[in-house]
Structure formats: structure tokens, C-alpha cells
Design a protein around this ligand. Structure first.
Ligand SMILES: NC(=O)c1ccc[n+]([C@@H]2O[C@H](COP(=O)([O-])OP(=O)(O)OC[C@H]3O[C@@H](n4cnc5c(N)ncnc54)[C@H](OP(=O)(O)O)[C@@H]3O)[C@@H](O)[C@H]2O)c1
Length: 315
């Protein structure tokens, strides 16, 4: 029986689980949920490859984790998800040193930024949150399959409920930019990607999960102003004020997705509060929208993503 819920912490969900002998690759390892995820996976015995774009920040976080856990097996890798060339270089460097990966945590993300573009000209939230991770995962897929059984965890958000994915104009070329809608679209893409990935890798022993971590005070809110918090509260489907989680509670669903025996044989699903989420219902704060787990939309996004990154992936 699964005994975890919204209040469970990372240390509670990993208790009694050993990740000895596993390699975990974690993006967004320089801040917030990514740091806590790395800390806990390493404490459970995994070798952790911490991936982030800012070398100084990443090294200082890694140094602090090494200070806390002198025996931790921690490596670092620089990668800017907003530049597909950087993603290709990082994946090549990772594969040079690691032939097998058991856990890939696609955690990095940017939220509600002003209209900006990635190096290849994609809207920043779509490009960073989805396309960069799509390419990264595809490039690492052989190592994931060679390392099976394994899991891929894609950080999505309840913000996926703001918007279905816009296939006609993913980079806002022909419509006014709305930073929250763009965030919602990118987070819907994270779930659709999870569905498409799981379908391709499940027979090879690699299962994919999408996660909503809850609402946690991190650097993710760097682009937010007071008015945004009010607007966000208004968009909250339950109509109730947002309830904040601690960092340890926030990263718990990611760690649960990566390690829980309760999820054996499952995949292509959306998790929140250390549970498999129900279907979203109007007026309720939890749940996954049907448009985000629609298999036809997942296939359409897969084809579009391959086209946009200019590369196909065989499994
Ligand atoms: N916090 C919440 O309430 C919440 C709610 C729902 C979903 N989430 C999701 O949880 C994930 C982690 O968020 P967080 O709250 O921990 O936020 P955070 O503290 O801002 O951490 C985000 C991480 O992503 C990295 N990142 C951003 N752009 C990048 C790029 N172009 N290339 C490489 N790395 C990049 C950041 O690097 P820098 O340190 O260099 O900026 C940082 O390491 C995100 O996917 C977010 O959407 C969070």
C-alpha cells in the first residue's frame, strides 16, 4: 500500500530504498528542487550526475552537498537547455564517461519569463522546458536502455491546466505572448512527452513519469511580481489560496517517482502528492487534464519535436 501524501518528505519516501549501483542524471541541479533531489538520491547510494547551465552555481552547490555527505558520488556537467548545441555537447560528454543510466530526472525549468527566444529561435519556456529535454533524453536513450530497468521523471506542473499544447504556433509567432499560457503549454508538453516516451521505452524496461511537485518557494518565481501571485491564485482551479510545501515535501514526488516499488509496472502517468493523480475535475486543485495524456496528441508532439530538433530517435 502507498502510505505517502502531500506532506511526505524526500527522506520519508526513500527510507529503506537503496540506489547503490545506479546512475542518476538530474537537470536543474543548481537550484531549488533539483538540489534536494540530488542530495537524497546520493544519500540513497546513487551516483549522481548534476547538470546545470551555470558552472559557478553548480560547483558551489556540489561542493556544499559533498561537505554534507563526504561519501556521496557526485559529478557535474554543464548544459544550457536553451541551446540545442549545448545539449548535444553535454550528451556527448556524458556518454563518453557513462554507458548506462538508470535514472534521468528532467527537472530544470523556467516559468513565466518575458518573451525570450532560445539560441535556435524557440519561445524560451517551450524551448527550455520541453524541446531541450526532448533532445537530451533522446540522445541519452541508448544509455537508458542499456542501463534498464530505469526510469525517466519529467517535472511538469499543475500549471499544465492553464493551457493545452498549441501545435499551430508553439513559439508565439502569430499570437500575442502570454507568459502563463506559455508556461502551461510547456508543462502540458512535459506530460505528453512522458506518454510518448513511455510508449517507446516500456518494452525495454524504461518507464516514464510526469510529476507535479506542489507549490514551493524557489528561484522559479524570479520573474514573478506581486500581481502575478494574485493572478496565479485566481487561476488556481480549486479557487482556494495556494498551499506551499517545503523543499523536502516538494521534491518528494520526484524521488517517489524515481524509486518507489509501488510504481513497478506503471508508466506514462502523472503523479502529484506522492500519488498517481486522478483525472482533473473542474473546481478541484488536483488532477491531470485529459488533453495532457491524450495518446494522439502525444504522438503529434513527438513528431513535431523531432522535426524541430532535426533528429529522430529509434528505440
Ligand atoms: N517550485 C514550484 O512551485 C514548482 C511548481 C510546479 C512545477 N515546478 C517545476 O519544478 C522544476 C524545478 O523548479 P524549481 O522550483 O526547483 O526552480 P528553480 O529553483 O528556479 O530551479 C530551476 C533549475 O532549472 C535551471 N534552468 C533554467 N533554465 C535553464 C537552461 N536554459 N538550461 C539549463 N538549466 C536551466 C536553473 O538554472 P539556474 O540556477 O542557472 O537558473 C535551475 O537549476 C521546474 O521544471 C518547474 O517547472 C516547480
Amino acid at each position: 500500500m502507498n502510505r505517502f501524501d502531500a506532506n511526505s518528505t524526500t527522506d520519508q519516501v526513500i527510507d529503506g530504498i537503496s540506489l547503490q549501483g545506479q546512475l542518476a542524471v538530474v537537470t536543474g541541479a543548481s537550484s531549488g528542487l533539483g538540489v534536494e533531489t540530488c542530495r537524497v538520491l546520493a544519500a540513497a547510494g546513487a551516483t549522481v550526475l548534476m547538470v546545470a547551465r551555470d558552472e559557478e552555481k553548480l560547483e558551489s552547490v556540489a561542493q556544499e552537498l559533498r561537505r554534507q555527505q563526504p561519501d556521496a558520488q557526485l559529478h557535474t556537467q554543464i548544459m544550457d537547455l536553451a541551446d540545442l548545441n549545448s545539449v548535444r555537447i553535454a550528451a556527448t560528454e556524458i556518454l563518453l564517461h557513462h554507458g548506462q543510466i538508470q535514472l534521468l530526472i528532467n527537472n530544470a525549468g523556467v516559468m513565466a519569463c518575458p518573451l525570450q527566444y532560445t539560441a535556435q529561435g524557440f519561445e524560451m519556456q517551450f524551448g527550455t522546458n520541453h524541446l531541450g529535454h526532448f533532445l537530451f533524453t533522446g540522445l541519452l536513450s541508448d544509455a537508458l536502455i542499456d542501463g534498464a530497468p530505469g526510469r525517466v521523471v519529467n517535472l511538469s506542473s499543475a500549471g499544465h491546466r492553464f493551457a493545452r499544447f498549441n501545435f499551430d504556433d508553439p513559439s508565439y509567432q502569430n499570437r500575442p505572448y502570454d507568459k502563463w499560457q506559455a508556461y502551461g503549454e510547456s508543462k502540458t508538453a512535459n506530460i505528453l512527452f512522458t506518454v510518448g516516451l513511455d510508449l517507446r521505452t516500456r518494452e525495454r524496461g524504461v518507464r516514464a513519469f510526469a510529476v507535479h511537485p506542489g507549490v514551493i518557494m524557489t528561484n522559479l518565481s524570479r520573474h514573478m511580481e506581486e500581481a502575478d501571485l494574485i493572478a496565479l491564485n485566481e487561476r488556481n482551479p480549486s479557487g482556494e489560496p495556494l498551499v506551499f510545501k517545503s523543499l523536502e515535501q516538494g521534491a518528494a514526488t520526484t524521488v517517489w517517482a524515481a524509486s518507489s516499488p509501488h510504481l513497478a509496472g506503471r508508466g506514462g502517468i502523472y503523479l502529484e502528492n506522492c500519488q498517481i493523480a486522478p483525472a482533473a475535475v473542474q473546481g478541484k486543485g488536483i488532477g491531470v487534464e485529459s488533453y495532457a495524456v491524450n495518446p494522439a496528441a502525444a504522438e503529434r508532439l513527438w513528431s513535431l519535436s523531432e522535426e524541430l530538433v532535426g533528429q529522430s530517435f529509434e528505440f
